[in-house]
Write a protein that binds this ligand. Structure first.
Ligand code: AHM
Ligand code: MG
Length: 333
């Protein structure tokens, strides 16, 4: 596995640091100003270990083969092996692809994936990184060409069964009209977009989640608990607007940009809800917290919950800090 090492020889570290404060510049403005900052340059300005930076770049690059696989795994009308399974197979394809990338990188010691029953150990690893991931979140939307993504959390102490606040980095790629990368290495949140040369260019180096008014709630309304229903009623009366696609990563991303919250609550007969603590709540929660937001199970921060089983599910409320506090007040009342 060859790790791509892009460098910008003329730009000093200090210049890059200054340029990374671009939260109010659009990609077009950055291009006009010729101050495009690559993912590699951004990582050089962060106090993160070199092998962690290499691992992050390696994962981010996998957006290219994953995007390509959406096309090659289509079941076209004239296909001989037409099968709905090919579509569902994108879950397992992405999982197998990323697993092999981790194995050959020798940077990953342990992997826990939503698509695999057991933890995988890589005995040849030379680093101590442990990964939790949802290789393709929102996969039920692939056939409708809505945005889906890959979610990854990274620990640096060789184990995955630990609380989410111990993560060293978290990221997700979204495969939408653009391919974007949202990343934290514990120094705030940055968003990148992939350009025509497949290079990630910084869109916003200081993402802050505003107190907006979007909301998304999973689960059937008839199965909502009374207190959850009361909370949703409260925010609707405050003017919150429903935006739910069925892709957690995409629904969270618009909350990150515009403010509000996403939730998949405890349900009647299903008190743990649907989403998973390790693969979904931890990475997204770490990013939310780094952007000034919060993630909760209804009463406490999910980043402080110690996992008891690998595929543990949990109710999730994630979004702007103010509305998460409002929710906790109502649910604990
Ligand atoms: P997945 O990881 O198998 O794709 O399932 C998780 C998805 C989330 O992306 C999404 O928010 C939720 O399940 C949608 O569930 P529902 O179809 O119940 O609304
Ligand atoms: Mg998922």
């Amino acid at each position: 596995m060859v790790l791509r090492q892009f460098r910008h020889p003329e730009r000093s570290r200090k210049e890059t640091e200054l340029l990374s404060r671009t939260h109010d510049r659009t990609l077009i403005e950055q291009r006009e100003l010729m101050v495009m900052i690559t993912l590699h340059e951004y990582l050089e300005t962060c106090a993160c270990a070199d092998d962690l930076a290499s691992l992050i770049e390696l994962i981010a690059e996998q957006a290219v083969p994953i995007r390509d696989a959406f096309i090659t795994h289509q079941s076209y009308a004239t296909s001989i092996n037409v099968s709905g399974e090919q579509q569902a197979a994108m879950d397992t394809w992405s999982d197998a692809h990323l697993t092999e990338v981790y194995r050959y990188s020798e940077l990953v010691k342990v992997l826990a994936s939503e698509e695999q029953n057991e933890i995988i150990n890589f005995p040849d690893a030379t680093s101590n990184y442990a990964i939790v991931m949802d290789p393709l979140d929102g996969s039920s939307l692939i056939q409708t060409n809505l945005a889906v993504g890959t979610i990854v959390g990274i620990f640096d102490n060789g184990k995955v069964m630990q609380k989410g606040s111990n993560q060293k980095a978290a990221l997700y790629m979204i495969y939408g009209p653009m391919t974007t990368l949202t990343l934290t290495v514990g120094e705030g949140v940055a968003i990148f977009a992939m350009d025509e040369q497949k290079e990630y260019i910084l869109l916003d180096g200081e993402v802050k989640m505003p107190e907006g008014n979007l909301y998304a709630s999973g689960g059937l309304k008839k199965d909502w608990m009374d207190k959850h229903a009361r909370f949703i009623d409260t925010v609707e009366h405050k003017g919150f607007k429903l935006r739910y696609s069925g892709s957690f990563v995409a629904d969270f991303h618009q909350v990150l940009k515009y403010g509000g919250f996403y939730c998949y609550p405890a349900l009647e007969g299903n008190p743990e809800g649907k989403l998973r603590l390790l693969f979904e709540a931890y990475p997204i929660g770490f990013i939310a917290a780094q952007a000034g937001g919060a993630i909760s199970d209804g009463g406490r921060s999910l980043l402080e919950v110690e996992p008891t089983s690998l595929h543990q599910r949990t109710p999730i409320y994630v979004g702007s800090r103010g509305v998460i506090e409002l929710m906790e007040g109502i649910l604990s009342g």
